[in-house]
Ligand binder design. Sequence first.
Ligand code: M6R
Length: 611
Amino acid sequence: MCGIVAYTGNRDAYPVILKGLKRLEYRGYDSAGVALVNHGLKTFKKRGKVGALEESLLGKDLQAVAGIGHTRWATHGEPSDRNAHPHRSSNGKLAMVHNGIIENYSLLKQDLLKKGYAFESDTDTEVLLKFIEDIHVSHEVSLEEAVRIALKRVVGAYVIVLLNEDDPETLIAARKGSPLVIGIGKGEHFLASDASPIIEYTKEVVYINDYEVAIVRPDELILKNLGNERVTPHITQLDMELAAIEKGGFDHFMLKEIFDQPQSIFDCLRGRLDANMGSIRMGGVDKHLDQLVNAKRILIIACGTSWHAGLVAEYVFEELCRIPVEVEYASEFRYRNPVINEGDVIIAISQSGETADTLVAIERAKENKAFIFGVVNVVGSSISRQSHAGAYTHAGPEIGVASTKAFTAQLVVLNMIALKIAYTKRTIDQHRYLHLINELNEIPDKVALILQDTDHIKILADKYKDARDFLYLGRGYNFPIALEGALKLKEISYIHAEGYPAAEMKHGPIALVEESLPVVFVATKDMYHDKILSNAQEIKARKGKVIAVISEGDSQFQEVADDVMMVPLSDELVAPLLSVIPLQLLAYFIGVSKGLDVDKPRNLAKSVTVE
Ligand code: M6R
């Protein structure tokens, strides 16, 4: 949530920052701004996307030795020019960008108001900056020391980067609870909320930890804790190519990422699942296999699409491993007083690895001595570092706000973990184990087959794009896919959609059924097939429109449905990996046909780093 880019070094700062902001725009896009320092400090801010800022700056002298930039997802104060970052100190010498929420900003603001400070925006960021300024000026301490003193009194989450007119080449940054990466170049440093603005300049990066302050100059990076002790920067190499964060000829990142799936699923399986040997090797799982196999209960915590992956995993783990599983929204878990017993294993699922609710839920679980296993996409992210063990999903960077390839990779990882546990526990026999390994191994090719012809889904999108509501129904392993299909449609097309277990329909939602209501059945061949077919007939009897995701050759369902989207036949346990693909495409094409910005849907942000 909110993207930050900063630069100090021998290049002109503005082009580096602008390009970086465009890469980070998926994190928030209601306003953007930059502060640049050369002979004096200048700030430029604009409501709207980064493009609007860029346009407003055409023809201006923007030469700078250092600068900071921000693309915002509003928390305190409506999206507007004045609430956009960077904010300026009262004396005009400091500029600051911030990602996160300062929870005690109101108390701090009251104190500052009493001291005569005035505020130009409604943001918590301006309060924090003026709090730092007050300490810096009235206590006559260095800016670095003022930052440390201020942050000890701050409650909340933050990444901040400060630019100082009096020390133009020095950036001061700090973090707690939100991500910050520093790229190390020759005579230059890049700071950003994730590695995407940095990757084309350097692969050497340092991930800043909570409660660390970085003093960054072109030739120097000093890390300290809030107690003013030096911390040794841990340099890691980025394992990412520039092409992975570009659209590669597709109109949108979302479409590219849907089409990435044969490869991303393959990458997720690669080196782990060996169909010839009939084996699964996963470093993080193998090392902690005893803990997982002997788990008395598995608690899955996640948000959004990752939570849907958790729901699928609940069905898979209970079926294969005979371990009780509970799936919970991280945002609920963190504020409850959940019962966590010895022998419980927590699986935290997250694409970004930075979701604030999931991170705090992990902290709560750790306080209760739980063992945390992370299923995370972004390497080096906070959740991956907070987990005791884990498995990366290796889906590659996901830029589109609507999660697609990260979801299928999560399902693959969770399936492999379940198979590994089940086989070790002997809760499945070798025949079923080998059969499911083969089924998983065939998924990349089957997904590629679905993607070979998407024109009919485009036609369906045109046919149904003006519907006011959609209902998505599924049973068993496909119930969470109904939820996921509905979420995708809501996010991308702003059409109201609800997902339900198909049998639950009779207990309420059936009242919504009328001629104009499209009902999407996720009905690939499985043990519930006859039951869900009856549910479809119940919809038809009430004149609803039935659209169905079915397995190839399912003539029975074809007879009932108005429209179908077919996927290759597979074992019901891995079917969600296929049935979700047409639903991603349907949402995408409806969003596009309505002329919406599918990569940056309104009000959303890619990683939700505030609660
Ligand atoms: O990065 P995470 O997987 O932790 O994110 C969780 C949700 O915010 C995310 O899945 C969100 O629901 C997506 N926009 C769904 O498309």
